[in-house]
Design a protein around this ligand. Structure first.
Ligand SMILES: *[C@@H]1O[C@H](CO)[C@@H](O)[C@H](O)[C@H]1NC(C)=O
Length: 347
């Protein structure tokens, strides 16, 4: 059977090789969800404890993306399978590489051979070592994408693959991967249903609640406040500040900035000494770019009575802001205020 398909390819390849290069985008499409998995939740806020860990994780992610890109280029250069032998050689030399398997799936899909693509996915899932979790998950995601496009009917076919994936991979990751696909392909009803399920199933996960909120905001739907309240009832207290901060950032980025402001203000009333909160709040205003609002916020921040190190941080940030506008008079004014602060704290 396989032999015949590959003979079939060989016959058709002469015609198809030129367009194979354009077909390569299939692969990027098939793996896009996994590569982007972490970018959904606006995670640019760090509590100082987590900073190093997150920094390392980000670095690892970046490295991985680089590796994928490099692999993509290498494969484009020399490793296009032209027949069954080459295909076998490729998967035998890199049996754990989801990229190679997905490439093969994309390759047969370029001949619209959906059955063959399915069988490659199945074989990949049997072959990739159980310890290579991420590689396996990549294949599951590619499988979701395949069924989403060619399943009959898609939602049912995706659902079946999803149920199977749940038995083998981390359930939260599998849910997030499916969610990513639904969001990317703008399937509103399945996205809503899945998110409702997820906030029940993973009610201790900030990430999941934030995806719920992000989706509401992007759809311009109401009810953010009630979701936030429900989330705060479910999330453990130590996650609250980070969760509210992320929600506020989402409001600034894709919702109603005023609601973001009142979230920050509420937190700062409770934790006026958290310079990290001031800093993220200022960053959001700076991104919106209303100089009057930004300066008013800086002026509030520099009248706090905090330890010198924290004050220095705030003055420096203020100075950098004025510098970015190229306003030298105001830079001098900030420096003067900093000196006044130093003088008064010495007195
Ligand atoms: C596949 O992954 C397993 C587990 O990580 C590893 O022991 C094995 O050497 C890998 N195989 C190849 C060919 O890289």
């Amino acid at each position: 059977m396989t032999q015949r398909i590959f003979m079939h390819w060989r016959r058709r390849l002469r015609i198809f090789i030129p367009i194979l290069w354009c077909r390569f985008y299939h692969i990027s499409l098939l793996i896009v969800d996994v590569v982007n998995q972490d970018s959904g939740g606006a995670t640019d806020f760090d509590t100082s404890d987590d900073k190093n860990k997150k920094h390392a994780a980000k670095k690892a992610k970046r490295l991985r993306e680089q590796e994928i890109r490099a692999a993509e280029e290498r494969l484009l250069e020399k490793d296009i399978p032209r027949d069954e032998d080459e295909f076998e050689k490729l998967v035998r030399s890199s049996p754990n590489s989801s990229f190679v398997w997905i490439k093969c799936m994309a390759f047969v899909l370029s001949f619209a051979d959906v059955e063959k693509a399915r069988s490659i996915a199945e074989r990949a899932l049997r072959t990739i070592n159980v310890r290579e979790e991420l590689e396996k998950l990549n294949v599951w995601v590619a499988y979701f994408n395949l069924e989403n496009k060619y399943g009959k009917p898609p939602e049912e076919a995706v659902g079946k693959v999803f149920q199977r994936a749940l038995q083998y991979c981390d359930p939260k990751k599998v849910h997030l991967a499916l969610l990513g696909m639904y969001e990317r392909t703008e399937q509103h009803k399945p996205t809503d249903e899945l998110l409702n399920k997820m906030v029940k199933k993973f009610k201790h996960s900030s990430k999941v609640w934030l995806r719920r909120i992000q989706w509401l905001l992007k759809q311009n739907q109401d009810g953010v406040q009630s979701v936030v309240n429900r989330a705060l009832l479910s999330l453990p207290p130590h996650k609250h500040i980070n969760f509210i901060t992320q929600t506020a950032i989402l409001e600034f980025k894709c919702g109603v900035p005023d609601r973001g402001r009142s979230l920050f203000e509420k937190m700062l009333r409770e934790y006026p000494k958290r310079t990290d909160l001031w800093s993220v709040y200022l960053d959001q205003e700076i991104r919106l770019g209303d100089a009057d609002v930004i300066r008013a916020l800086f002026e509030r921040a520099i009248t706090l009575s905090l330890p010198p190190k924290k004050m220095k941080f705030l003055f420096k940030k203020y100075l950098e802001y004025e510098k970015s506008l190229g306003d030298y008079e105001r830079m001098e004014a900030v420096k003067r205020k900093a000196m006044e602060y130093v003088a008064s704290s010495l007195a």
